[in-house]
Design a protein around this ligand. Structure first.
Ligand code: HEC
Length: 292
């Protein structure tokens, strides 16, 4: 009797000890998480401050409107277009696709938190187990694959419609993307490096146009500020005459400097999206949007 009591006591002490140690372990893990998030938070602060200074009369929350935040005449036209938005049909089609069950009876809603509604602001996110950035479009196709469906093409068509519908259910929600650990930080740094690297025959980096000369006319266009550049995707572009995804646009901006574009949803573009979305942290989701 005595010995069982003793062993029980020992067991509970062990348990308490373990609980304390485990809690300490958790706390220290969280402390390291904060280290990476803190470094990124510092970058976000400096990055956004640059644009607040450069465009002192633009309201910080308006940077989500891309180039229309800084180009007043174009903004007027854009606001008119947005009254009868050319992407409305896409949202409707996307909703229908989203709600149509797969052959196995399951649906997209089964793959996402909150049934896939109002979650756009949490994408892209870093999957710590898979050690990779998961964009919304990638998650859509993984959902299909897990349910025995063929993948959709990444640049336009049904995937852009579904993405448009999902974004529409998150309008006004503020982007909240996290950098939980060293692996996530490495993906962030990879995206950052891409953004700052010169490429193509014109030898230009994203930063040259979208930070350096943003607001200045470049032939017919004004490169918009990199702050808020991704919040409105997918976008209906007059030039495309249809809706397209962010990675389609990335490929366009690579081709414009005569560089070979990467594949949509390649690791480089996903990391770039991770970096760019983090830089736009705190701005509201306003996708889908219309663009020239
Ligand atoms: C030669 C200058 C130039 C370079 C270099 C460049 N862009 Fe662009 N980009 C533009 C112009 C001009 C537009 C159209 C106006 C706008 O929306 O900013 C544009 C548009 C975009 C858009 C669409 C923004 C929106 O609100 O619809 C994204 C996203 C983008 N660029 C990302 C990039 C990335 C990432 C890189 C680096 C891989 C890059 N760009 C390199 C000039 C450039």
């Amino acid at each position: 009797m005595k010995s069982t009591l003793l062993s029980l006591l020992l067991k509970t002490t062990k348990l308490t000890l373990c609980l304390i140690v485990c809690a300490m372990g958790l706390a220290s893990a969280q402390a390291t998480d904060n280290k990476y998030q803190k470094m990124v938070d510092n970058d976000i602060k400096r990055f956004s401050q640059f644009f607040y200074n450069k465009f002192a009369d633009v309201k910080p929350e308006d940077f989500k409107d891309g180039v229309y935040a800084i180009d007043a005449p174009a903004r007027e036209q854009w606001l008119e277009i947005e009254e009868f938005p050319p992407y409305e049909l896409s949202i409707d089609d996307g909703k229908e696709l989203f709600e149509t069950p797969f052959a196995n009876g399951k649906s997209y809603a089964d793959c996402f938190a909150n049934g896939g509604v109002g979650i756009r602001q949490n994408y892209p996110h870093f999957d710590s187990k898979l050690k990779e950035v998961i964009t919304l479009e990638l998650a859509i196709n993984r959902c299909r694959a897990n349910n025995g469906e063929k993948p959709l093409k990444y640049k336009k068509g049904p995937i852009a419609d579904i993405s448009a519908y999902m974004a529409s259910t998150s309008r006004g929600q503020v982007f909240d993307v996290r950098v939980p650990n060293a692996d996530a930080y490495a993906a962030y740094m990879d995206g950052k490096k891409f953004f700052y690297s010169k490429r193509g025959q014109l030898n230009l980096a994203c930063v040259d146009c979208h930070v350096g000369i943003t607001g200045q006319r470049l032939r017919a266009d004004i490169p918009g500020p990199a702050l808020g550049q991704v919040t409105g995707f997918p976008v209906y572009r007059a030039k495309w005459e249809e809706i397209g995804t962010l990675h389609r646009r990335y490929a366009g901006c690579n081709t414009n400097v005569r560089a070979k574009p990467f594949k949509a949803q390649s690791v480089v573009y996903r990391n770039l999206e991770y970096f760019q979305t983090l830089m736009s942290q705190g701005l509201a989701v306003n996708g889908p949007s219309s663009r020239k």
